[in-house]
Design a protein around this ligand. Structure first.
Ligand code: C5P
Length: 332
């Protein structure tokens, strides 16, 4: 169990909290979006939820900045927001926005299971981006653990029962190819955005909370576009808060806290470990679904879950080369 001591402190706390938050978010999103509406109105607009989430994240990040900064004032806040290279946060903001939108495209073109399974490739794209952008080197053992993790999560999310897909006609095939291309691009952007944010966070002394304020401010622009243009007709017809319940607010709050948690995990651990935390959360929310929604867990779920646990353990083990080097050092 050599993995455990190395995960102590804020690193372990942020990873565990992210795991719990991710599991809770899946359940809250599902519950809030499937709750029957009293007046037959459509379900709430996701664009308004995204905008509110960004606003809440912005307020929370400012509050945390004030708490962490002695003698902070509106003047110091503005000065810190425009600290050197502030404009670089536009890069992850745009990448995340495109990624979030591609997720909707993929989810529309592909069936939910295919989407969820293929979206796990982001574990590998994140590792590749970490190697490329952060010059991080991964041992063969760690790459193997990542491949096992991706396969495990994919297996967990395979549909239960026989998926009776009809013979694919040309049009269907084209839809599927578009969906798969969207997933592939979303995976690439997820890796790029996460690792770029990590590079900005770890490559300067600018506070974590200011980085989040900067990211939220840039993200407000596309979020507003979503409310005014993409969901504009819905908002004008039914109103901004139409279909909102306490569960919607819980989901929005959970998502906002999740964004801040992601940045804590990236600061204290890294994007690759974040992949493990979210994989474990997929297991937790699936198990919770058994009790909450009466979902049946198939045999491939158990096999996939076992792979996720094995991969997590393998990744946490000290590398063989590192072990032999430290042994040689001690002997010398
Ligand atoms: O799928 P993936 O793990 O890449 O998604 C990360 C999510 O976390 C994105 O939706 C992004 O908007 C959000 N995030 C955030 N604040 C950060 C970093 C990421 O809200 N500081």
């Amino acid at each position: 169990m050599g993995a455990l001591p190395r995960l102590a402190g804020p690193r372990a706390l942020s990873l565990v909290t992210l795991t719990v938050q991710n599991s809770l978010l899946v359940l809250l999103l599902r519950y809030s979006r499937t709750l029957p509406q009293d007046d037959g109105a459509p379900v709430y607009s996701s664009a308004t939820a995204v905008l509110l989430c960004e606003l809440i994240k912005l307020v929370l990040a400012i509050a945390l900045y004030v708490r962490a900064t002695p003698n902070s004032s509106p003047t110091t806040l503005v000065a810190d927001i425009f600290s050197p290279k502030w404009y670089l946060l536009a890069v992850p903001a745009v990448l995340y926005t495109v990624q979030n939108n591609l997720q909707y495209v993929a989810a529309t073109k592909l069936d939910a299971a295919t989407f969820q399974v293929t979206y796990q490739m982001k574990i590998l794209t994140t590792a590749l981006c970490s190697v490329w952008l952060l010059r991080r080197s991964l041992s063969m053992q760690k790459w193997f653990a990542l491949v096992v993790l991706t396969s495990g999560v994919a297996l967990v999310q395979l549909p239960s029962g026989s998926a009776s897909s009809p013979a694919t006609a040309d049009a269907e095939w084209a839809t599927r190819v578009t969906g798969l291309a969207a997933v592939a691009l979303a995976c690439l952007l997820s890796g790029l955005a996460g690792v770029y944010f990590e590079k900005l966070l770890k490559g300067s002394t600018t506070s974590l909370w200011i980085r989040n304020v900067q990211l939220s401010l840039f993200s407000l622009v596309p979020a507003l576009f979503g409310v005014l243009v993409v969901d504009g007709a819905h908002v004008r017809t039914y109103g901004f808060f139409s279909g909102y319940s306490n569960w919607t607010w819980a989901a929005i709050l959970c998502q906002a806290l999740g964004g801040l948690l992601v940045s804590l995990v990236v600061k204290y651990a890294d994007n690759i470990l974040k992949g493990f935390a979210t994989s474990v959360s997929i297991l937790l929310s699936s198990v919770a679904s058994v009790y909450l929604f009466g979902v049946h867990l198939a045999a491939h779920f158990v096999a996939g879950a076992a792979l996720v646990v094995i991969a997590t353990y393998l990744y946490g083990l000290p590398d063989k080369t590192a072990v032999s080097k430290s042994a040689a050092w001690k002997a010398g």
